[in-house]
Write a protein that binds this ligand. Structure first.
Ligand SMILES: [Mg+2]
Length: 312
């Protein structure tokens, strides 16, 4: 059974109570609204129902591999028709951070360890960048070979997100730029891995790319543009009016979604249709470690689709 500190959100009375006090729902996407390319059963109807009641709905994802426009396409295709202004992905929020918050620092270029969606969002905000795509010229620790790696001048920030072309060469370049303490280090997110439920393979997350740069550079990111970083909420608040006391973060991962919600003083709902299961939730509930305590959600339910059964 779920620990006493977590309420079961699919009981009808609790559902009504949530509807009466919450006016804005922030939904994580993968593991909450869909699993891979399949919508979670009942989720499109639940989101449509919330909207029909006048609730504000935003989509808040750590995934940096899609631009906001691509997210709108995927959301719409899977049954969640959305406006681009309701989508907050880390490809976008990291670019926004570099432009709006770090503007003093970013008078030069950005070295990007990332992917085409991140390049697209930087382009759309007219931020100069370089580095995207394959780059594996240096494969040994031979000093001359390392020195042959061309370094650009005027690099004022290193931005790291998901990069399927992460290489030793990119680690050399990122760490060399970050040797300059004035060079800003921005990461999209630190998710460790994505489980392929019940399968043999593991999908390493963006956190693996970030960790390789962090270790080589000997410094931690100055800012995390995604969850659990609180900059994500500031981004959302630039577009959407939010009263934290009436806002609920709905997510499937405790160390990102729920921690973000708790740190931003939002209401939190964990669904067990993605990363976490009853066992990992119980572990957090029973833990005396303060870091784990901060990841315990206020509410929990099996899947967001469970609400559909209540009002259908
Ligand atoms: Mg998720």
């Amino acid at each position: 059974p779920i620990g006493m500190t977590v309420k079961l959100a699919n009981c009808e009375s609790v559902f009504r109570n949530i509807l009466s006090k919450i006016d804005t729902f922030l939904f994580d996407c993968d593991g909450v609204l869909w699993q891979g390319n399949i919508a979670v059963k009942g989720a499109p109807a639940v989101v449509a129902h919330l909207k029909s009641l006048g609730k504000q709905v935003c989509y808040v994802t750590n995934n940096s591999t899609k631009s906001r426009h691509r997210y709108v396409e995927k959301l719409t295709r899977l049954g969640f028709p959305a406006d681009v202004n309701s989508v907050f992905s880390t490809a976008y929020t990291s670019a926004l951070y570099l432009k709006n918050i770090a503007k003093v620092l970013v008078q030069g270029k950005v070295y990007l360890v990332g992917n085409p969606a991140m390049a697209e969002e930087l382009d759309s905000l007219k931020i100069q960048h370089f580095g995207s795509g394959p780059d594996n010229q240096v494969t040994t620790q031979d000093h001359d070979e390392v020195r042959s790696c061309a370094l650009e001048n005027d690099v004022s920030a290193v931005l790291v997100g998901y990069d399927g072309h992460i290489s030793y060469t990119k680690m050399i370049k990122a760490a060399s730029y970050l040797n300059d303490p004035k060079c800003l280090y921005v990461a999209t997110n630190e998710d460790h891995r994505m489980p392929l439920n019940g399968e043999r393979h593991v999908v390493p997350g963006t956190g693996c790319v970030v960790a390789s740069v962090t270790v080589a550079a000997g410094r931690n990111p100055d800012v995390i543009a995604g969850k659990p970083g609180t900059f994500m909420l500031k981004c959302i608040q630039q577009t959407v009016e939010i009263d934290p006391t009436k806002c609920m973060m709905v997510g499937d991962r405790m160390n990102t979604d729920i921690l973000f919600g708790n740190q931003s003083e939002l209401h939190t709902l964990l669904v067990l249709s993605g990363v976490e299961d009853q066992e990992s939730l119980n572990k957090a509930v029973e833990s005396s470690d303060p870091n784990m305590k901060r990841q315990v959600p206020e509410y929990c339910m099996g899947s967001i689709g469970d609400w559909y059964a209540i009002y259908e």
